[in-house]
Design a binder for this molecule. Structure first.
Ligand code: RRO
Length: 303
């Protein structure tokens, strides 16, 4: 039987399927439900210093092959969220805490807090495509990616995973900057900057006008980004974007990812999607004689 366990640097996971940030992850109960459904770890919604309401409605619109959102970083703030992280960690669950800030000082402060709460790793949101002063506004500049990553690395002992934006000409350049800053791995990709207009009212649908597109439509973009990154850095890559089944996860793994995040698919499929993806991975590995995940990582790169 195939071994589904994997390693993201020093972080050991029972399987490669992780709940992505921003989906059913604001309370301990929701995070534990994803773990019950088969996720090896969960990523929190991005956490800031203070409670934040986010953008006005409408913030989400379902499209043909994905979902467009401009939530605007809503979250209960670090004090409340720390308690939720601790509850999951105390129950034996692995929590990767996503944090966002305006600068290296805020990122470092939040990283120390989530480490103290029991997070097993910290994901740096350097990629939200539509939040003024945060996310991709910082993370599109390689020097800022390096600087924030390096400051957080100096502040905590847990692994540090910058999450990168695909909305740039050279995502591999951002990954190299993260590596120079000491990142333990990078996560690719966050959502793709996009827009929906309702011709009947002659207006953008989202209150923020522009948002981030996720779901099956963006998978080829994510796979391409992971492929380019894996060819440019030595640190591990966690793939994300449009994964709904085992075959989708395999695309990312064979492009060079050692683990994957699943988000939008949890909406229609529920938390059992993690177990289903793992069962499909295992069946494929048994059929093709792959003994472990490592044997498949980057396999499509050798061709
Ligand atoms: O909250 C959001 O609007 C949001 C975030 Br933090 C992110 O990283 N990516 C996204 O598509 N939406």
């Amino acid at each position: 039987m195939a071994d589904l366990s994997t390693k993201v640097g020093a972080l050991r996971l029972g399987n490669p399927a992780i709940l992505a940030s921003g989906i059913s992850d604001v309370t301990a109960e929701l995070m534990l439900a994803a773990i019950d459904g088969g996720a090896a770890a969960v990523v929190t919604k991005s956490i800031g210093l203070k409670p934040r309401e986010g953008h006005k409605n409408p913030t989400v619109v379902e499209l043909e092959n994905g979902v467009l959102n401009a939530m605007g970083l809503p979250n209960p703030g670090i004090s409340i969220y720390s308690k939720e992280i601790s509850k999951v960690a105390d129950a034996g669950g692995k929590v990767i805490a996503s944090v966002f800030g305006k600068n290296a000082t805020e990122f470092s402060f939040l990283a120390k807090k989530v480490q103290a709460a029991g997070a097993c790793a910290v994901e740096l949101n350097l990629s939200c495509p539509h939040a003024k002063g945060y996310g991709a506004e910082l993370g599109s500049d390689p020097e800022i990616v390096r600087e924030i990553t390096s400051a957080v690395k100096r502040s905590v002992k847990i692994p540090v995973f910058p999450k990168l934006t695909p909305n740039v000409a050279d995502i591999a350049g951002l990954a190299k900057a993260a590596e120079r800053g000491g990142a333990d791995a990078v996560v690719a990709i966050n959502t793709v900057k996009a827009m929906k207009i309702d011709p009947w009212v002659a207006m953008p649908v989202l209150s923020n006008r522009i948002g981030g597109y996720s779901g099956p439509a963006i998978r080829p973009i994510g796979v391409r980004c992971v492929y380019e990154i894996a060819g440019a850095v030595k640190i591990p890559v966690i793939g994300a974007g449009g994964i709904t089944n085992g075959s989708d996860a395999l695309e990312y793994i064979m492009a060079g990812a050692c683990a994957v995040q699943i988000g939008t698919a949890v909406g229609p499929a529920g938390t059992n999607v993690f177990g289903t993806v793992c069962a499909e991975l295992e069946a494929f590995m048994d059929a093709r004689g792959y003994r472990n995940i490592k044997a498949m990582v980057g396999k499509a790169r050798c061709a």
